[in-house]
Design a protein around this ligand. Structure first.
Ligand code: ADP
Ligand code: ASP
Ligand code: MG
Length: 455
């Protein structure tokens, strides 16, 4: 079996769905489990509906709900012009989901339900149910015997409704049974990315961009021979092609490098995607559904990857936190107390630098950092500074390439922070720079490392 995950743009229109299903048709011998995202922009619409409901804005919510229904009905009509049976089936499935959303919205507006995280997640996850049902009908109509599976039968998490943490053990126990049963009478199985069922039985989601993670978890659970992530670029590139010119496709990259790229800002993969695949050593491919014959990128064990610089990525919205103590105490005590406070507040730390006087770290947490700072202020002086970005250069054995990177950092403006939070792990060296000029900085470093010539 293989897992094939298709992102929002790969299922974002009639043409895209047709192309995507053509790609699946070419892989039927390998028994594909197709994992789909919501059509592009749909999850944004659903988040906007939740926000409108929270604000009690009935008109905005109704307008967006009508748009959502129309988008899916129109796409289904375009996909199924001459198959009344499957067209009606698709209409009915889409209408049921949209009706349940509308009822839910009416209850909230009528004051019978309060919006909270649990209810937000119920709304936010509907995009994947709409797309997977619509595509399932289309696949059957074009002669691919396809079984629709509800990912919530196996994708179990803790009780974090909007950022569910998967219970891998339970998923590994349930998922193969559900998928095997679905294949009993089908050539392909289709299910949803992003969605999960929380421990208290509610309808949760894994967090934005989480369908990649779903695909990798499913691949791990069913021991897939390959996980394919189909998106809108020719594989993983040396930088985000939407922000940097002259990027190159990376043909092979190690699990560690890919994980680090994703964790340090490369949106092409959800940061947690690699973990489950690594645990079973399953190759992950990143491919372009608009260019299915392209070679894409294969993500493999490090042993198959040569040393070298792979990519430059950035996080454009981070906070720099400085913690110091007025009285000299052991740095270790300051560190212990600070990290305990961060863990209690669920703040994820990216880069850390310790000097004799202070501890500096960066984080992209926005929700929890204020609470953490409050806790830290009980025992130390703390400041949270906005206005910074983080640039990371990723590559295998990059510490061997320090000289080149020193030169790369000299490309940055003379900022007191350019050298503050350097972190040279096995595959990553990062810089903190003022946010205002980060795009130019990334371009400069990329040009320095990869040259100017056109692809
Ligand atoms: P999908 O909807 O298929 O999940 P995403 O928009 O989440 O697609 O991810 C694909 C996008 O990731 C690309 O269009 C590109 O702009 C962005 N991206 C960021 N960094 C990289 C990179 N290093 N290589 C390729 N794409 C990247
Ligand atoms: N549809 C979800 C999102 O837009 C999940 C995904 O596309 O990966 O975040
Ligand atoms: Mg994505």
């Amino acid at each position: 079996m293989i897992v094939m995950k298709f992102g929002g743009t790969s299922v974002g229109s009639r043409e895209a769905v047709e192309r995507t299903v053509g790609i699946v048709r070419g892989r039927l011998q390998e028994r594909p489990v197709v994992v789909v995202s919501a059509m592009s922009k749909v999850t944004d619409m659903l988040y906007a509906i939740s926000d409108a409901l929270e604000a009690g804005d009935k008109d905005a919510a109704d307008l967006a709900l009508a748009e959502l229904r129309q988008k899916h009905l129109e796409t289904a009509a375009a996909l199924l012009p001459s198959d009344p049976i499957w067209r009606e089936e698709a209409y009915s499935r889409i209408s049921d989901i949209c009706d349940s959303l509308q009822n839910f919205a009416d209850e909230v507006i009528g004051g019978h339900l309060e919006m909270d995280k649990r209810r937000k997640a119920i709304i936010d996850s509907k995009g994947e149910y709409l797309s997977s049902n619509m595509i399932c009908c289309y696949m059957n109509s074009v002669g691919i015997r396809t079984e629709w599976v509800d990912a919530r039968e196996f994708m179990l998490t803790d009780n974090d409704y909007l950022q569910g943490v998967p219970d891998m053990h339970e998923i590994e126990r349930r998922c193969p049974k559900v998928i095997d049963a679905a294949f009993a009478a089908a050539e392909a199985v289709i299910t949803q990315g992003f969605v999960c069922k929380t421990a208290d039985g509610s309808e949760g989601v894994l967090g934005r961009g989480g369908s990649d993670y779903s695909a990798s978890i499913i691949g791990m659970a069913i021991d897939a021979s390959r996980i394919e992530i189909w998106t809108d670029v020719d594989g993983v590139q040396s930088a985000d092609p939407r922000k940097v010119s002259n990027t190159r496709r990376i043909s092979r990259i190690s699990f560690e490098e890919a994980a680090e790229m994703a964790a340090y800002g490369a949106k092409v993969l959800h940061p947690k995607t690699i973990e489950p695949a690594v645990s079973k050593n399953i190759p992950v491919m990143v491919l372009n559904s608009m260019n299915p014959d392209g070679q894409g990128t294969v993500i493999l064990q490090s042993a198959f990857i040569e040393d070298g610089v792979r990519s430059v990525s950035s996080k454009e919205n981070i906070r720099l936190v400085r913690v110091s103590q007025p009285v000299m105490t052991a740095v270790s005590e300051l560190l212990t107390a600070t990290f305990a406070a961060l863990a209690e507040s669920r703040v994820k730390v990216d880069l850390v630098k310790v000097t004799p006087r202070e501890l500096l770290f960066t984080t992209d947490s926005t929700d929890y950092i204020a609470a953490a700072a409050q806790r830290i202020s009980a025992f130390a002086k703390v400041s949270v500074e906005d206005g910074y970005a983080q640039i990371s250069v990723i590559g295998k054995n990059i510490s061997e390439l320090k000289l080149a990177l020193k030169a790369a950092s000299a490309q940055l403006r003379n900022s007191p922070l350019a050298s503050v939070a350097q972190n040279d792990s096995y595959v990553n060296i990062s810089f903190v720079v003022p946010r205002a000029g980060v795009r130019e900085d990334v371009q400069k470093i990329h040009t320095y490392l990869f040259g100017r010539e056109e692809r």
